[in-house]
Design a protein around this ligand. Sequence first.
Ligand code: INI
Length: 156
Amino acid sequence: MTDIKTFEGTFNNVGGRYALVVARFNSFVVEALLDGAVDTLVRHGVSRDDIEIVRVPGAWELPVAVKKVLEKRDYDAVVALGAVIRGGTAHFEFVAGEAAKGIAAVQNSTGVPVAFGVLTVDTIEQAIERSGTKAGNKGAEAALCALEMVSLFKAL
Ligand code: INI
C-alpha cells in the first residue's frame, strides 16, 4: 500500500481561516461546544485573528447563515454548532433534519468544508454528555474535522 500515492489531511501547521456559526438555542450546551471548537483550533496553531464567530437564533437558521457567510466572506472552512434536543420540542425532527440537510447542501454546493457540530439528542443529559463531559465535546470534534479537511484540500 505504501507505493500508492495517497492524499490526506494532517494537523500540523494547517492554518486557514475559520467561521464558527453558532446557534443560540440551548445556549448552555452550545457555548460549551463553541469553547471546545475554539480551543481545538487555537491549540492546533490557528491564530485567534483567523477565527470569526457568527451567531444565529437556532439550528434551523444555520444553513442559510453558513451560505450567506460563505458568499460574503472568505473562509477555508466553517464549523456549524448547535444543539437540537428532542425533549425540548415536538418539532425536533424538522429542525434537526433541515439543519443537517441544509448544511450538507451548502457544503456540497460551495465546495467549502462545513463541519457538522450540531448535537441531535433525545435528552438534555445526552447533550451535556456530548458537550464536554463523559462523551467528549462534539464542538472540538467538529473543529478537528474542519482542520483535517482544510489540510487535505491544501494537499490535493
Ligand atoms: N433550535 C435549536 O437550535 N435547538 C432546538 O432544540 C430547537 N427546538 O427544540 O425547537 C430549536 N428551535 C428553534 C429553531 O431552530 C428556530 O430558531 C425557530 O424555529 C425560528 O425559525
